[in-house]
Design a protein around this ligand. Structure first.
Ligand SMILES: Nc1ncnc2c1ncn2[C@@H]1O[C@H](COP(=O)(O)OP(=O)(O)OP(=O)(O)O)[C@@H](O)[C@H]1O
Length: 317
């Protein structure tokens, strides 16, 4: 089924291998292919070390692909070399980090942190315009516009994450990579920050790559989800399908490990244990569309198993 939506990011056969000496090679990302459509939130989940951040940093053009390519608005990032185009790209793609404490310079006033991108890209006409832009941004992210002369330590963790979001928004980006943006926050604050991100997405027409290990939170914010395991994308589908009707064995095991609030349901659950050595059986695997827009990393002889599951879930006839 062809998708009519406009692709903002296209990842095609991406490999990223880190070489720290010949005997120490890490295949952080292997043969990943997926698109991110304009206006959507693509959630990337997987355990620590599965390659999520590496993909995010590669889209920021901080890592060169070992193989494959990444397109942004149809342009191959590897070919973005001219200064003008490069700075336009750097403005369009922004990142929000996990730990606002570590990602903000604590010696700087909030107004100077938020205005960093404004200054670098010469987006303010004069000092008064710069101040107004900063104050407007603070208000947009739910902070007091009169607090721009304060330092980061005068804010709570959740408020500091809002400062990080204001800093990202200052350059009017199109695409934001949010790398575990709520993992360091109190549970009570997490939903507020996610709701702010959702609200900003609608108001400012943003596209997100939302990276997290917690599948239930990713489900809440994402339109589609990609599940990563050992550097490979093992399943891609709508958030609802991946969460409620997971096809790949690894996704099923990931979901079966999420605690359920109801103890009677918890007791009845049979944990699914995924044997990761399955990945090493030498099968020639690739992404196969098992149900419409629902892809699974599978070898030829595994397709029937996944189709059977999709049929049981009513995803295909
Ligand atoms: N700059 C680097 N040099 C060498 N190895 C790296 C580098 N960055 C990441 N790796 C390795 O690549 C693999 C994938 O790491 P990555 O940070 O992308 O995983 P992740 O899924 O984002 O994990 P986490 O949730 O812990 O951040 C890991 O084995 C990691 O040790």
């Amino acid at each position: 089924m062809a998708d009519e939506r406009k692709k903002l990011v296209e990842i095609q056969g991406l490999d990223i291998t880190f070489n720290e000496g010949k005997s120490n090679e890490t295949k952080a990302v292997q043969n990943a292919s997926f698109d991110i459509y304009e206006g959507e939130t693509f959630g990337l989940v997987g355990e620590s070390g599965s390659g999520k951040t590496t993909i995010g940093r590669a889209i920021m053009k901080l890592y060169e692909p070992t193989n494959g390519k990444i397109l942004f608005e149809g342009e191959d990032l590897a070919k973005l070399k001219r200064r003008g185009k490069l700075s336009k790209f750097r403005q369009a793609v922004q990142m929000i980090f996990q730990d606002p404490q570590a990602s903000l310079d604590l010696r700087m006033k909030v107004k100077d942190i938020v205005a960093e991108g404004i200054d670098v890209n010469h987006l303010a006409k004069n000092d008064a315009d710069r101040s107004k832009q900063v104050e407007d941004l603070l208000e947009i992210v739910g902070l007091n516009r009169d607090h721009s002369s304060r330092y980061p330590h005068e804010f709570s963790g959740g408020q500091r994450q809002r400062i990080g979001i204001a800093r990202a928004l200052a350059v009017q980006p199109k695409f934001i990579i949010a790398d575990e943006p709520i993992s360091a926050l109190d549970v009570s604050i997490q939903a507020q920050v996610v709701n702010l991100l959702k609200d900003l997405q609608v108001k400012q027409g943003l596209t997100y790559l939302f990276i997290a290990h917690d599948l239930s939170m990713v489900k809440y914010i994402s339109d589609r989800i990609g599940v990563m395991h050992w550097g490979k994308m093992v399943e891609i589908g709508t958030a609802d399908e991946v969460y409620n009707h997971p096809l790949h064995d690894y996704t099923r095991s990931l979901l079966s490990s999420i605690p359920v609030p109801d103890p009677s349901v918890e007791e009845q659950r049979v944990p699914i244990v995924y044997d990761p050595t399955d990945e090493l059986d030498g099968r020639d695997r690739q992404m196969v569309e098992i149900a419409p827009q629902h892809f699974v990393w599978a070898g030829e002889d595994e397709i029937a198993k996944y189709q059977e599951r999709a049929r049981e879930f009513g995803l295909i006839d």
